[in-house]
Design a protein around this ligand. Structure first.
Ligand SMILES: Cc1cc2nc3c(=O)[nH]c(=O)nc-3n(C[C@H](O)[C@H](O)[C@H](O)COP(=O)(O)OP(=O)(O)OC[C@H]3O[C@@H](n4cnc5c(N)ncnc54)[C@H](O)[C@@H]3O)c2cc1C
Length: 140
């Protein structure tokens, strides 16, 4: 389950090491987990009895593992300003250094996958390279 979370509610634990953030943090996580499972139970009656394990991550978890500011799961905000950044794409000013993944193209898993396609296409000759990849996928 995913839900919105305010980074500020967790920021005071951000410097503490993962899994050693203390009883208050664990208590807050347990409260949120309980609330989410109760919400799920209302939608899917009986599901709680089947939960063997539950684990909650917070914005500081995401920040710690991905380095994304504010613990945003998608990384950079998907704003018009972000998409106007001409330097954020596959090509860089350095010869033979290319970027890929979500930050080089679009947010999320599909955005990251297409970022990979765009980088591969670039290496295979740009628009023609993209055509080659599409033909190969059609053959598959
Ligand atoms: C909890 C959570 C839930 C999500 N749910 C969804 C969802 O439902 N749908 C969706 O579309 N997207 C979702 N996302 C977003 C999605 O996971 C990302 O947009 C996507 O994984 C980005 O892929 P990427 O390859 O660009 O980057 P990443 O998957 O972040 O890969 C970057 C890789 O680079 C490595 N790395 C970083 N720095 C270095 C370094 N200096 N040297 C070597 N390696 C390095 C990292 O370890 C990592 O393996 C979710 C993200 C999170 C955190």
């Amino acid at each position: 389950m995913l839900t919105m979370a305010d980074y500020g509610s967790f920021a005071r634990w951000r410097e503490a090491p993962w899994r050693r953030r203390g009883a208050d943090y664990e208590a807050l996580k347990a409260r949120i987990t309980g609330g989410l499972l109760a919400m799920l139970e209302r939608r899917v009656p009986g599901v709680s009895e089947r939960v063997v394990l539950s684990e909650l991550s917070t914005p500081i978890t995401t920040e710690g593992f991905t380095g994304h500011r504010g613990g945003s799961i998608y990384g950079l905000p998907g704003t018009p300003e972000r998409y106007k950044l001409t330097w954020l794409g596959v090509e860089t000013p350095l010869d033979e250094l290319y970027l890929t993944g979500a930050d080089a193209f679009l947010h999320g898993v599909v955005g990251a996958m297409m970022g990979g396609v765009m980088t591969a296409a670039k290496l295979l000759g740009g628009v023609r390279g993209f055509g080659k990849i599409m033909s190969a996928t059609n053959r598959l």
